[in-house]
Ligand binder design. Structure first.
Ligand code: AGP
Length: 609
Protein backbone atom coordinates (compact mmCIF):
# COMPACT_ATOMS: atom_id res chain seq x y z
CA UNK A 1 0.00 0.00 0.00
CA UNK A 2 1.06 3.66 -0.10
CA UNK A 3 4.50 4.56 1.18
CA UNK A 4 5.39 7.92 2.65
CA UNK A 5 8.76 9.51 3.30
CA UNK A 6 10.02 12.89 4.42
CA UNK A 7 13.42 14.49 4.76
CA UNK A 8 15.00 17.56 6.28
CA UNK A 9 18.75 18.04 6.42
CA UNK A 10 21.64 19.09 4.20
CA UNK A 11 21.39 16.76 1.20
CA UNK A 12 19.48 17.17 -2.05
CA UNK A 13 15.98 16.42 -0.76
CA UNK A 14 14.63 15.24 -4.14
CA UNK A 15 17.38 12.64 -4.40
CA UNK A 16 16.89 11.45 -0.80
CA UNK A 17 13.12 11.23 -1.21
CA UNK A 18 13.31 9.26 -4.46
CA UNK A 19 15.96 6.96 -3.01
CA UNK A 20 13.88 6.36 0.13
CA UNK A 21 10.75 5.75 -1.95
CA UNK A 22 12.67 3.19 -3.99
CA UNK A 23 13.10 1.23 -0.76
CA UNK A 24 9.34 1.29 -0.29
CA UNK A 25 8.53 0.12 -3.85
CA UNK A 26 7.91 -3.34 -2.44
CA UNK A 27 4.72 -2.07 -0.83
CA UNK A 28 3.09 -1.84 -4.26
CA UNK A 29 2.10 1.45 -5.99
CA UNK A 30 0.85 2.98 -9.18
CA UNK A 31 2.01 6.60 -8.96
CA UNK A 32 4.58 8.68 -7.12
CA UNK A 33 5.31 12.25 -6.14
CA UNK A 34 7.40 14.58 -4.04
CA UNK A 35 7.16 18.12 -2.64
CA UNK A 36 10.32 20.05 -1.80
CA UNK A 37 10.90 23.52 -0.39
CA UNK A 38 12.67 25.54 -3.06
CA UNK A 39 13.64 29.02 -1.87
CA UNK A 40 10.90 28.84 0.70
CA UNK A 41 8.24 27.82 -1.82
CA UNK A 42 6.74 24.31 -1.95
CA UNK A 43 7.52 22.79 -5.33
CA UNK A 44 5.58 19.63 -6.29
CA UNK A 45 6.45 16.98 -8.90
CA UNK A 46 4.20 13.95 -9.37
CA UNK A 47 3.40 11.35 -11.94
CA UNK A 48 1.31 8.30 -12.65
CA UNK A 49 3.39 5.12 -12.99
CA UNK A 50 6.60 4.03 -11.39
CA UNK A 51 9.33 6.08 -9.75
CA UNK A 52 11.34 5.99 -12.97
CA UNK A 53 8.44 7.83 -14.65
CA UNK A 54 8.62 10.51 -11.97
CA UNK A 55 12.40 10.77 -12.37
CA UNK A 56 12.05 11.07 -16.17
CA UNK A 57 9.45 13.77 -15.72
CA UNK A 58 11.72 15.68 -13.32
CA UNK A 59 14.65 15.30 -15.71
CA UNK A 60 12.54 16.93 -18.43
CA UNK A 61 10.67 19.53 -16.43
CA UNK A 62 13.17 20.25 -13.67
CA UNK A 63 13.72 18.67 -10.32
CA UNK A 64 12.64 20.58 -7.18
CA UNK A 65 15.80 21.81 -5.47
CA UNK A 66 16.03 22.08 -1.71
CA UNK A 67 16.94 20.34 1.53
CA UNK A 68 13.51 19.48 2.91
CA UNK A 69 10.43 17.78 1.56
CA UNK A 70 7.98 14.89 1.54
CA UNK A 71 7.39 12.01 -0.89
CA UNK A 72 4.85 9.33 -1.66
CA UNK A 73 4.12 6.18 -3.60
CA UNK A 74 0.37 5.73 -4.10
CA UNK A 75 -1.65 2.52 -4.29
CA UNK A 76 -4.95 3.82 -5.61
CA UNK A 77 -8.01 3.53 -3.37
CA UNK A 78 -10.08 6.68 -4.06
CA UNK A 79 -9.86 7.54 -7.75
CA UNK A 80 -7.88 5.92 -10.56
CA UNK A 81 -4.09 6.10 -10.82
CA UNK A 82 -3.43 9.47 -12.54
CA UNK A 83 -1.14 12.48 -12.29
CA UNK A 84 -3.92 14.48 -10.61
CA UNK A 85 -4.76 11.82 -8.03
CA UNK A 86 -1.08 11.26 -7.19
CA UNK A 87 0.18 12.71 -3.93
CA UNK A 88 1.26 15.24 -2.65
CA UNK A 89 -2.03 17.11 -2.39
CA UNK A 90 -2.44 20.70 -1.34
CA UNK A 91 -4.77 23.12 0.36
CA UNK A 92 -3.72 26.73 -0.16
CA UNK A 93 -0.78 26.81 2.26
CA UNK A 94 -0.50 23.17 3.19
CA UNK A 95 0.86 20.24 1.19
CA UNK A 96 0.78 16.65 2.37
CA UNK A 97 1.19 12.96 1.61
CA UNK A 98 -1.02 10.28 3.12
CA UNK A 99 -1.09 6.55 3.70
CA UNK A 100 -4.41 5.12 4.88
CA UNK A 101 -8.10 5.67 4.31
CA UNK A 102 -10.29 8.49 5.58
CA UNK A 103 -13.66 6.87 6.15
CA UNK A 104 -15.65 10.09 6.57
CA UNK A 105 -14.03 11.97 3.69
CA UNK A 106 -17.38 12.47 1.88
CA UNK A 107 -19.03 14.39 4.68
CA UNK A 108 -15.86 16.42 5.27
CA UNK A 109 -15.69 17.21 1.56
CA UNK A 110 -19.32 18.38 1.52
CA UNK A 111 -18.59 20.66 4.47
CA UNK A 112 -15.52 22.09 2.74
CA UNK A 113 -17.36 22.60 -0.57
CA UNK A 114 -20.10 24.51 1.26
CA UNK A 115 -17.29 26.57 2.76
CA UNK A 116 -16.27 27.55 -0.78
CA UNK A 117 -13.41 25.14 -1.41
CA UNK A 118 -12.81 23.48 -4.77
CA UNK A 119 -11.22 20.06 -5.30
CA UNK A 120 -8.96 18.91 -8.10
CA UNK A 121 -8.72 15.18 -7.37
CA UNK A 122 -10.98 12.27 -6.39
CA UNK A 123 -8.87 11.43 -3.35
CA UNK A 124 -9.69 11.37 0.33
CA UNK A 125 -6.21 12.83 0.86
CA UNK A 126 -7.01 16.16 -0.78
CA UNK A 127 -9.88 16.46 1.70
CA UNK A 128 -7.37 16.21 4.56
CA UNK A 129 -5.12 18.82 2.93
CA UNK A 130 -8.04 21.24 2.51
CA UNK A 131 -9.36 20.58 6.01
CA UNK A 132 -5.96 21.20 7.54
CA UNK A 133 -5.64 24.39 5.51
CA UNK A 134 -9.11 25.40 6.69
CA UNK A 135 -8.09 25.06 10.37
CA UNK A 136 -4.65 26.53 9.76
CA UNK A 137 -6.37 29.68 8.43
CA UNK A 138 -7.73 30.57 11.80
CA UNK A 139 -5.59 28.58 14.26
CA UNK A 140 -2.30 29.63 12.57
CA UNK A 141 -0.19 27.32 14.77
CA UNK A 142 0.58 24.27 12.56
CA UNK A 143 0.72 21.79 15.45
CA UNK A 144 -2.61 22.96 16.88
CA UNK A 145 -4.10 22.90 13.37
CA UNK A 146 -2.92 19.30 12.88
CA UNK A 147 -4.32 18.23 16.25
CA UNK A 148 -7.66 19.90 15.46
CA UNK A 149 -7.80 18.29 12.01
CA UNK A 150 -7.15 14.79 13.27
CA UNK A 151 -10.07 15.18 15.69
CA UNK A 152 -12.36 15.34 12.64
CA UNK A 153 -10.85 12.35 10.84
CA UNK A 154 -12.21 8.82 11.02
CA UNK A 155 -10.15 5.98 9.61
CA UNK A 156 -6.43 5.47 9.22
CA UNK A 157 -3.70 7.86 8.29
CA UNK A 158 0.00 8.52 8.34
CA UNK A 159 0.62 12.04 7.08
CA UNK A 160 3.79 13.86 6.06
CA UNK A 161 3.03 17.59 5.94
CA UNK A 162 4.75 20.81 4.92
CA UNK A 163 3.42 24.32 5.63
CA UNK A 164 4.20 27.26 3.39
CA UNK A 165 5.34 29.50 6.26
CA UNK A 166 7.58 26.86 7.82
CA UNK A 167 10.34 26.21 5.30
CA UNK A 168 12.68 23.32 5.97
CA UNK A 169 10.35 21.82 8.55
CA UNK A 170 8.45 18.58 8.09
CA UNK A 171 5.44 17.67 10.24
CA UNK A 172 4.01 14.20 10.68
CA UNK A 173 1.11 12.51 12.44
CA UNK A 174 -0.34 9.03 12.36
CA UNK A 175 -3.31 6.91 13.45
CA UNK A 176 -3.37 3.19 12.61
CA UNK A 177 -1.12 3.51 9.55
CA UNK A 178 2.58 2.94 10.26
CA UNK A 179 5.12 5.74 10.48
CA UNK A 180 8.61 5.97 11.91
CA UNK A 181 10.85 8.97 12.51
CA UNK A 182 14.46 8.39 11.39
CA UNK A 183 17.04 10.23 13.44
CA UNK A 184 20.33 11.17 11.77
CA UNK A 185 23.15 13.65 12.32
CA UNK A 186 21.97 17.09 11.18
CA UNK A 187 19.20 15.40 9.25
CA UNK A 188 15.95 13.66 10.08
CA UNK A 189 13.43 11.54 8.23
CA UNK A 190 9.94 10.15 8.24
CA UNK A 191 9.05 6.86 6.56
CA UNK A 192 6.38 4.19 6.44
CA UNK A 193 9.02 1.60 7.20
CA UNK A 194 12.65 1.42 8.35
CA UNK A 195 14.11 0.05 5.05
CA UNK A 196 13.37 3.42 3.43
CA UNK A 197 15.95 5.23 5.54
CA UNK A 198 18.43 2.50 6.51
CA UNK A 199 20.92 3.88 3.96
CA UNK A 200 21.08 7.08 6.03
CA UNK A 201 20.43 6.01 9.61
CA UNK A 202 19.53 3.00 11.72
CA UNK A 203 18.13 5.06 14.59
CA UNK A 204 14.44 5.76 14.74
CA UNK A 205 11.46 6.58 16.93
CA UNK A 206 8.08 4.89 16.71
CA UNK A 207 5.26 7.39 16.54
CA UNK A 208 2.18 6.49 18.59
CA UNK A 209 -1.41 7.10 17.51
CA UNK A 210 -2.22 10.81 17.13
CA UNK A 211 1.24 12.01 18.17
CA UNK A 212 2.51 14.92 16.10
CA UNK A 213 6.19 15.06 15.12
CA UNK A 214 8.04 18.19 14.05
CA UNK A 215 11.30 17.62 12.21
CA UNK A 216 14.02 20.13 11.41
CA UNK A 217 17.65 19.47 10.45
CA UNK A 218 18.79 19.79 14.03
CA UNK A 219 16.12 17.90 15.91
CA UNK A 220 12.81 16.12 16.31
CA UNK A 221 10.04 17.19 18.69
CA UNK A 222 6.99 15.07 19.39
CA UNK A 223 3.71 16.27 20.95
CA UNK A 224 0.64 14.49 22.26
CA UNK A 225 -2.95 15.48 21.53
CA UNK A 226 -2.83 18.04 24.38
CA UNK A 227 0.19 19.71 22.77
CA UNK A 228 2.43 18.37 25.55
CA UNK A 229 5.97 17.28 24.58
CA UNK A 230 6.53 13.51 24.55
CA UNK A 231 9.87 11.90 25.36
CA UNK A 232 10.54 9.12 22.86
CA UNK A 233 12.80 6.09 23.18
CA UNK A 234 15.34 5.77 20.40
CA UNK A 235 15.36 2.38 18.70
CA UNK A 236 18.07 0.96 16.49
CA UNK A 237 17.47 -1.38 13.55
CA UNK A 238 19.71 -4.41 13.90
CA UNK A 239 20.23 -5.05 10.21
CA UNK A 240 22.38 -3.26 7.66
CA UNK A 241 22.02 -1.87 4.15
CA UNK A 242 22.65 -5.32 2.61
CA UNK A 243 19.47 -6.57 4.26
CA UNK A 244 17.46 -4.20 2.08
CA UNK A 245 19.53 -4.57 -1.11
CA UNK A 246 19.54 -7.34 -3.70
CA UNK A 247 23.21 -8.23 -3.08
CA UNK A 248 23.75 -9.50 -6.61
CA UNK A 249 20.53 -11.53 -6.85
CA UNK A 250 18.27 -10.70 -9.80
CA UNK A 251 15.22 -10.40 -7.54
CA UNK A 252 14.48 -9.94 -3.87
CA UNK A 253 12.36 -13.07 -3.92
CA UNK A 254 15.24 -15.39 -4.79
CA UNK A 255 17.51 -13.55 -2.35
CA UNK A 256 14.93 -14.09 0.37
CA UNK A 257 14.48 -17.76 -0.50
CA UNK A 258 18.22 -18.10 0.00
CA UNK A 259 18.10 -16.24 3.30
CA UNK A 260 15.75 -18.82 4.82
CA UNK A 261 18.36 -20.91 6.65
CA UNK A 262 19.67 -17.79 8.41
CA UNK A 263 16.14 -16.60 9.15
CA UNK A 264 15.27 -19.91 10.84
CA UNK A 265 18.49 -19.89 12.82
CA UNK A 266 17.85 -16.34 14.06
CA UNK A 267 14.30 -17.22 15.00
CA UNK A 268 14.77 -20.60 16.65
CA UNK A 269 18.20 -20.65 18.31
CA UNK A 270 17.58 -17.86 20.87
CA UNK A 271 14.34 -19.62 21.91
CA UNK A 272 15.96 -22.94 22.77
CA UNK A 273 17.47 -23.46 26.24
CA UNK A 274 18.95 -26.76 27.43
CA UNK A 275 17.63 -28.46 24.32
CA UNK A 276 14.05 -27.34 24.90
CA UNK A 277 11.97 -24.43 23.60
CA UNK A 278 11.68 -21.57 26.06
CA UNK A 279 9.16 -18.87 25.25
CA UNK A 280 9.10 -17.19 28.65
CA UNK A 281 10.65 -13.97 27.27
CA UNK A 282 7.55 -13.83 25.05
CA UNK A 283 5.32 -14.06 28.14
CA UNK A 284 4.34 -17.66 27.36
CA UNK A 285 4.61 -19.96 30.35
CA UNK A 286 3.72 -23.68 30.67
CA UNK A 287 1.10 -22.75 33.30
CA UNK A 288 -0.61 -20.37 30.87
CA UNK A 289 -0.46 -22.98 28.09
CA UNK A 290 -2.14 -25.60 30.26
CA UNK A 291 -5.12 -23.30 30.78
CA UNK A 292 -5.86 -22.81 27.07
CA UNK A 293 -9.28 -24.08 25.99
CA UNK A 294 -9.37 -23.58 22.22
CA UNK A 295 -6.86 -22.07 19.84
CA UNK A 296 -7.80 -19.92 16.84
CA UNK A 297 -5.12 -18.99 14.34
CA UNK A 298 -6.22 -15.88 12.47
CA UNK A 299 -4.34 -14.30 9.57
CA UNK A 300 -4.42 -13.48 5.84
CA UNK A 301 -2.81 -15.07 2.79
CA UNK A 302 0.54 -16.73 3.35
CA UNK A 303 0.45 -16.03 7.08
CA UNK A 304 -2.85 -17.89 7.26
CA UNK A 305 -1.28 -20.79 5.39
CA UNK A 306 1.42 -21.07 8.02
CA UNK A 307 -1.46 -21.38 10.48
CA UNK A 308 -2.84 -24.32 8.48
CA UNK A 309 0.42 -26.18 9.05
CA UNK A 310 0.33 -25.07 12.70
CA UNK A 311 -3.15 -26.53 13.10
CA UNK A 312 -2.11 -29.98 11.85
CA UNK A 313 0.97 -29.98 14.07
CA UNK A 314 -0.74 -28.69 17.23
CA UNK A 315 -3.73 -30.99 16.90
CA UNK A 316 -1.48 -33.92 16.16
CA UNK A 317 1.03 -33.61 18.93
CA UNK A 318 -0.65 -31.35 21.52
CA UNK A 319 -4.18 -32.78 21.07
CA UNK A 320 -5.64 -29.28 21.27
CA UNK A 321 -8.49 -28.12 19.09
CA UNK A 322 -7.27 -25.48 16.61
CA UNK A 323 -9.40 -23.45 14.18
CA UNK A 324 -7.73 -21.52 11.37
CA UNK A 325 -9.58 -18.44 10.22
CA UNK A 326 -9.16 -15.92 7.44
CA UNK A 327 -9.01 -12.62 9.33
CA UNK A 328 -11.50 -10.85 7.06
CA UNK A 329 -14.05 -13.61 7.78
CA UNK A 330 -13.30 -14.00 11.46
CA UNK A 331 -13.87 -10.34 12.25
CA UNK A 332 -17.38 -10.32 10.80
CA UNK A 333 -18.70 -13.71 11.81
CA UNK A 334 -19.21 -12.98 15.48
CA UNK A 335 -16.84 -15.78 16.51
CA UNK A 336 -17.62 -17.81 19.61
CA UNK A 337 -14.57 -16.94 21.66
CA UNK A 338 -13.92 -15.72 25.16
CA UNK A 339 -11.92 -16.21 28.32
CA UNK A 340 -9.72 -19.29 28.11
CA UNK A 341 -9.35 -19.12 24.33
CA UNK A 342 -6.10 -18.17 22.66
CA UNK A 343 -6.16 -16.23 19.39
CA UNK A 344 -2.89 -16.42 17.49
CA UNK A 345 -2.49 -13.60 14.97
CA UNK A 346 0.19 -14.22 12.36
CA UNK A 347 1.51 -11.36 10.27
CA UNK A 348 4.74 -10.48 8.52
CA UNK A 349 4.05 -6.75 8.42
CA UNK A 350 2.15 -6.53 11.69
CA UNK A 351 -0.04 -3.92 10.01
CA UNK A 352 -2.57 -5.97 8.01
CA UNK A 353 -5.90 -4.22 8.58
CA UNK A 354 -8.07 -7.35 8.85
CA UNK A 355 -5.63 -9.18 11.13
CA UNK A 356 -5.35 -6.16 13.39
CA UNK A 357 -9.14 -5.79 13.56
CA UNK A 358 -9.49 -9.52 14.32
CA UNK A 359 -7.00 -9.21 17.16
CA UNK A 360 -8.81 -6.21 18.64
CA UNK A 361 -12.11 -8.08 18.45
CA UNK A 362 -10.58 -11.07 20.22
CA UNK A 363 -9.31 -8.83 23.02
CA UNK A 364 -12.71 -7.19 23.34
CA UNK A 365 -14.30 -10.61 23.78
CA UNK A 366 -11.90 -11.45 26.58
CA UNK A 367 -9.68 -13.93 24.73
CA UNK A 368 -5.90 -13.92 25.11
CA UNK A 369 -3.96 -12.83 22.03
CA UNK A 370 -0.57 -14.01 20.85
CA UNK A 371 1.03 -12.26 17.88
CA UNK A 372 3.60 -13.90 15.63
CA UNK A 373 5.03 -10.92 13.79
CA UNK A 374 8.11 -10.06 11.74
CA UNK A 375 8.07 -6.26 11.67
CA UNK A 376 9.44 -4.86 14.91
CA UNK A 377 7.30 -2.29 16.65
CA UNK A 378 4.37 -2.79 14.28
CA UNK A 379 0.84 -2.22 15.54
CA UNK A 380 -0.08 -5.89 15.94
CA UNK A 381 3.18 -6.49 17.81
CA UNK A 382 2.49 -3.61 20.12
CA UNK A 383 -1.12 -4.43 20.92
CA UNK A 384 -0.94 -8.21 21.45
CA UNK A 385 -0.96 -9.71 24.97
CA UNK A 386 1.91 -12.05 24.05
CA UNK A 387 4.40 -11.69 21.24
CA UNK A 388 6.82 -13.91 19.37
CA UNK A 389 8.92 -12.04 16.86
CA UNK A 390 10.04 -13.96 13.80
CA UNK A 391 13.52 -12.83 12.84
CA UNK A 392 13.36 -13.00 9.06
CA UNK A 393 14.78 -9.49 8.65
CA UNK A 394 13.13 -7.17 6.15
CA UNK A 395 11.10 -9.00 3.51
CA UNK A 396 10.93 -6.83 0.42
CA UNK A 397 9.44 -9.14 -2.22
CA UNK A 398 5.65 -8.94 -2.20
CA UNK A 399 5.53 -12.73 -2.43
CA UNK A 400 6.35 -13.90 1.05
CA UNK A 401 8.91 -16.70 1.41
CA UNK A 402 11.29 -16.31 4.33
CA UNK A 403 8.56 -14.81 6.52
CA UNK A 404 6.42 -17.90 5.87
CA UNK A 405 9.35 -20.16 6.69
CA UNK A 406 9.93 -18.57 10.08
CA UNK A 407 6.22 -18.49 10.80
CA UNK A 408 6.35 -22.26 10.35
CA UNK A 409 9.37 -22.46 12.66
CA UNK A 410 7.46 -20.59 15.37
CA UNK A 411 4.40 -22.82 14.86
CA UNK A 412 6.63 -25.80 15.67
CA UNK A 413 8.29 -24.15 18.68
CA UNK A 414 4.89 -23.27 20.04
CA UNK A 415 3.38 -26.69 19.30
CA UNK A 416 6.27 -28.51 21.04
CA UNK A 417 5.98 -26.22 24.06
CA UNK A 418 2.20 -26.66 24.18
CA UNK A 419 2.40 -30.44 23.83
CA UNK A 420 4.97 -30.73 26.61
CA UNK A 421 3.03 -28.38 28.90
CA UNK A 422 -0.12 -30.43 28.32
CA UNK A 423 1.72 -33.69 28.82
CA UNK A 424 0.90 -35.12 25.39
CA UNK A 425 4.62 -35.66 24.69
CA UNK A 426 7.29 -36.64 27.19
CA UNK A 427 10.61 -34.88 27.75
CA UNK A 428 12.47 -37.25 25.47
CA UNK A 429 10.17 -36.58 22.53
CA UNK A 430 10.13 -32.87 23.35
CA UNK A 431 13.92 -32.67 23.19
CA UNK A 432 14.01 -34.87 20.11
CA UNK A 433 11.60 -32.66 18.15
CA UNK A 434 13.50 -29.57 19.26
CA UNK A 435 16.81 -31.03 18.14
CA UNK A 436 15.28 -31.77 14.74
CA UNK A 437 13.98 -28.21 14.48
CA UNK A 438 17.51 -26.99 15.17
CA UNK A 439 18.67 -29.05 12.19
CA UNK A 440 16.25 -27.36 9.78
CA UNK A 441 18.51 -24.44 8.74
CA UNK A 442 21.04 -26.92 7.32
CA UNK A 443 18.34 -29.09 5.83
CA UNK A 444 16.67 -26.11 4.16
CA UNK A 445 20.05 -25.05 2.77
CA UNK A 446 20.59 -28.51 1.32
CA UNK A 447 17.05 -28.49 -0.09
CA UNK A 448 17.68 -25.19 -1.89
CA UNK A 449 20.83 -26.70 -3.40
CA UNK A 450 19.29 -30.01 -4.36
CA UNK A 451 15.98 -28.81 -5.83
CA UNK A 452 16.83 -25.62 -7.72
CA UNK A 453 17.72 -27.30 -11.00
CA UNK A 454 14.68 -29.56 -11.13
CA UNK A 455 12.39 -26.71 -10.06
CA UNK A 456 13.71 -24.73 -13.03
CA UNK A 457 12.95 -27.66 -15.37
CA UNK A 458 9.46 -28.09 -13.95
CA UNK A 459 8.68 -24.41 -14.37
CA UNK A 460 9.57 -24.66 -18.07
CA UNK A 461 6.70 -27.14 -18.38
CA UNK A 462 4.29 -24.84 -16.56
CA UNK A 463 4.76 -21.54 -18.35
CA UNK A 464 2.11 -22.22 -20.99
CA UNK A 465 -0.48 -23.66 -18.60
CA UNK A 466 -3.69 -21.68 -18.08
CA UNK A 467 -4.52 -23.41 -14.85
CA UNK A 468 -3.12 -26.04 -12.52
CA UNK A 469 -3.96 -27.97 -9.43
CA UNK A 470 -1.98 -28.69 -6.27
CA UNK A 471 -3.09 -31.73 -4.31
CA UNK A 472 -2.07 -33.34 -1.06
CA UNK A 473 -3.38 -34.75 2.19
CA UNK A 474 -2.85 -33.60 5.76
CA UNK A 475 0.29 -31.51 6.16
CA UNK A 476 0.93 -31.83 2.42
CA UNK A 477 -2.46 -30.27 1.74
CA UNK A 478 -1.78 -27.41 4.16
CA UNK A 479 1.52 -26.81 2.40
CA UNK A 480 0.00 -27.04 -1.09
CA UNK A 481 -2.20 -24.06 -0.28
CA UNK A 482 0.91 -21.95 0.01
CA UNK A 483 2.49 -23.47 -3.12
CA UNK A 484 -0.62 -22.59 -5.09
CA UNK A 485 -0.84 -19.02 -3.76
CA UNK A 486 2.83 -18.43 -4.50
CA UNK A 487 2.43 -19.57 -8.09
CA UNK A 488 -0.68 -17.54 -8.85
CA UNK A 489 0.43 -14.30 -7.27
CA UNK A 490 3.63 -13.97 -9.27
CA UNK A 491 3.13 -16.10 -12.42
CA UNK A 492 -0.53 -15.04 -12.96
CA UNK A 493 -1.40 -18.67 -13.76
CA UNK A 494 -4.61 -19.74 -12.13
CA UNK A 495 -4.12 -22.52 -9.60
CA UNK A 496 -6.01 -24.12 -6.79
CA UNK A 497 -4.98 -26.36 -4.00
CA UNK A 498 -7.23 -29.27 -3.19
CA UNK A 499 -7.37 -31.96 -0.55
CA UNK A 500 -6.51 -34.99 -2.67
CA UNK A 501 -9.34 -37.08 -1.21
CA UNK A 502 -11.87 -34.42 -2.14
CA UNK A 503 -11.13 -34.41 -5.88
CA UNK A 504 -13.72 -37.05 -6.69
CA UNK A 505 -16.46 -34.86 -5.25
CA UNK A 506 -16.40 -32.43 -8.13
CA UNK A 507 -13.03 -30.98 -9.04
CA UNK A 508 -11.80 -34.02 -10.94
CA UNK A 509 -14.10 -32.98 -13.79
CA UNK A 510 -11.63 -30.17 -14.52
CA UNK A 511 -8.81 -32.59 -15.25
CA UNK A 512 -7.60 -32.66 -18.86
CA UNK A 513 -4.22 -32.97 -20.52
CA UNK A 514 -4.02 -29.20 -20.33
CA UNK A 515 -4.11 -29.08 -16.55
CA UNK A 516 -0.86 -30.00 -14.80
CA UNK A 517 -1.18 -31.38 -11.27
CA UNK A 518 1.45 -30.88 -8.60
CA UNK A 519 0.95 -33.67 -6.08
CA UNK A 520 2.69 -33.46 -2.71
CA UNK A 521 3.03 -36.81 -0.94
CA UNK A 522 5.58 -36.72 1.84
CA UNK A 523 3.65 -38.18 4.79
CA UNK A 524 4.10 -41.96 5.07
CA UNK A 525 0.75 -42.60 6.71
CA UNK A 526 -1.07 -40.97 3.79
CA UNK A 527 1.31 -41.89 0.99
CA UNK A 528 -0.68 -44.80 -0.48
CA UNK A 529 -3.91 -42.83 -0.35
CA UNK A 530 -2.37 -39.87 -2.18
CA UNK A 531 -0.79 -42.16 -4.78
CA UNK A 532 -4.28 -43.55 -5.50
CA UNK A 533 -5.54 -40.01 -6.06
CA UNK A 534 -2.59 -39.28 -8.31
CA UNK A 535 -3.42 -42.34 -10.38
CA UNK A 536 -6.99 -41.10 -10.75
CA UNK A 537 -5.90 -37.79 -12.25
CA UNK A 538 -3.20 -39.47 -14.32
CA UNK A 539 -5.79 -41.83 -15.80
CA UNK A 540 -7.70 -38.75 -16.94
CA UNK A 541 -4.76 -37.31 -18.84
CA UNK A 542 -3.21 -34.92 -16.31
CA UNK A 543 0.52 -34.28 -16.38
CA UNK A 544 1.63 -35.06 -12.84
CA UNK A 545 4.56 -33.54 -11.03
CA UNK A 546 5.02 -35.46 -7.81
CA UNK A 547 6.91 -34.23 -4.76
CA UNK A 548 7.92 -36.95 -2.30
CA UNK A 549 10.81 -38.11 -0.11
CA UNK A 550 14.13 -39.39 -1.40
CA UNK A 551 13.47 -42.86 0.00
CA UNK A 552 10.03 -43.21 -1.66
CA UNK A 553 9.95 -45.76 -4.41
CA UNK A 554 7.69 -44.19 -7.02
CA UNK A 555 6.40 -46.60 -9.68
CA UNK A 556 7.23 -45.34 -13.19
CA UNK A 557 3.61 -44.91 -14.31
CA UNK A 558 2.54 -42.67 -11.41
CA UNK A 559 4.07 -39.33 -12.34
CA UNK A 560 5.56 -37.55 -15.35
CA UNK A 561 8.15 -35.88 -13.20
CA UNK A 562 9.28 -36.63 -9.64
CA UNK A 563 10.94 -34.07 -7.39
CA UNK A 564 12.45 -35.67 -4.30
CA UNK A 565 13.23 -33.92 -1.05
CA UNK A 566 15.65 -35.15 1.59
CA UNK A 567 14.37 -37.64 4.12
CA UNK A 568 13.73 -35.88 7.42
CA UNK A 569 11.46 -35.93 10.45
CA UNK A 570 8.07 -36.04 8.71
CA UNK A 571 6.26 -33.57 10.88
CA UNK A 572 8.90 -30.97 9.93
CA UNK A 573 8.89 -31.72 6.22
CA UNK A 574 6.73 -28.68 5.29
CA UNK A 575 9.78 -26.54 6.07
CA UNK A 576 11.74 -28.40 3.41
CA UNK A 577 9.04 -28.97 0.84
CA UNK A 578 7.98 -25.33 0.73
CA UNK A 579 11.38 -24.59 -0.82
CA UNK A 580 10.80 -26.34 -4.19
CA UNK A 581 7.25 -24.94 -4.24
CA UNK A 582 8.67 -21.43 -3.86
CA UNK A 583 11.32 -22.13 -6.50
CA UNK A 584 8.78 -23.50 -8.99
CA UNK A 585 6.66 -20.35 -8.58
CA UNK A 586 9.71 -18.10 -8.86
CA UNK A 587 11.18 -19.65 -12.01
CA UNK A 588 7.76 -19.86 -13.69
CA UNK A 589 7.21 -16.14 -13.10
CA UNK A 590 10.73 -15.29 -14.28
CA UNK A 591 10.28 -17.30 -17.48
CA UNK A 592 6.97 -15.61 -18.14
CA UNK A 593 8.78 -12.27 -17.90
CA UNK A 594 6.74 -11.01 -14.96
CA UNK A 595 7.68 -8.41 -12.39
CA UNK A 596 8.48 -11.00 -9.73
CA UNK A 597 9.02 -8.70 -6.76
CA UNK A 598 6.10 -6.39 -7.44
CA UNK A 599 3.33 -8.44 -9.02
CA UNK A 600 0.47 -6.55 -10.58
CA UNK A 601 -2.31 -5.22 -8.31
CA UNK A 602 -0.63 -6.47 -5.14
CA UNK A 603 0.71 -4.60 -2.16
CA UNK A 604 3.11 -5.93 0.42
CA UNK A 605 1.39 -4.53 3.40
CA UNK A 606 -2.40 -4.52 3.17
CA UNK A 607 -3.35 -1.73 5.52
CA UNK A 608 -6.91 -1.30 4.21
CA UNK A 609 -9.68 -3.88 4.41
C1 AGP B 1 2.16 -13.34 0.49
O1 AGP B 1 2.89 -13.84 -0.57
C2 AGP B 1 1.13 -12.44 0.17
N1 AGP B 1 1.55 -11.42 -0.67
C3 AGP B 1 0.04 -12.12 1.17
O2 AGP B 1 -0.82 -13.20 1.12
C4 AGP B 1 0.40 -11.85 2.65
O3 AGP B 1 0.88 -13.00 3.25
C5 AGP B 1 -0.85 -11.33 3.38
O4 AGP B 1 -1.24 -10.12 2.79
C6 AGP B 1 -0.64 -11.15 4.86
O5 AGP B 1 0.31 -10.19 5.15
P1 AGP B 1 0.95 -10.06 6.57
O6 AGP B 1 1.70 -11.31 6.83
O7 AGP B 1 1.85 -8.86 6.48
O8 AGP B 1 -0.16 -9.86 7.56
Amino acid sequence: MCGIVGYVGHRDASDVLVSALTRLEYRGYDSAGIAVFEDGVINVAKSKGKLKDLVEKMDKEGKPKGVAGIGHTRWATHGEPSDINSHPHSGARVTLVHNGIIENYKELKEFLIKDGRRFLSDTDTEVVAQLLDHYYNYISDPIKAIIRTTQDLRGSFALGIVFENYPDTVFAVRRESPLIIGVGKDENFIASDVPAIIKYTKDYYLLEHDEVAVLSADGVKVYDTHYQPVVKTLKTADWDVDAVGKCGYPHYMIKEINEQPTAIRNTVTPRVKDGMPNLEECNITPEALRKIRNIFIVACGTAMHSGMVGKYVMENIARTHVTVDIASEFRYRDPIIGKGDLIIIVSQSGETADSLAAMRLAKQKGAQTLAIVNAMGSTIAREADMLIYTHAGPEISVASTKAYMVQLAVMYLFAFELAFAKGTIDEEKYKYYTSKLLETPDMVQRTIESTTEIAQKISTQLITADSLLYIGRGLDYALSMEGSLKLKEISYIHSESYAAGELKHGTISLITQEMPVIAVATQSALYEKTVSNIKEVKARGAKVIMICKESDDVPGDVADCVLKVLDFEEILLPMLVCVPLQLIAYYTAVQRGNDVDQPRNLAKSVTVE
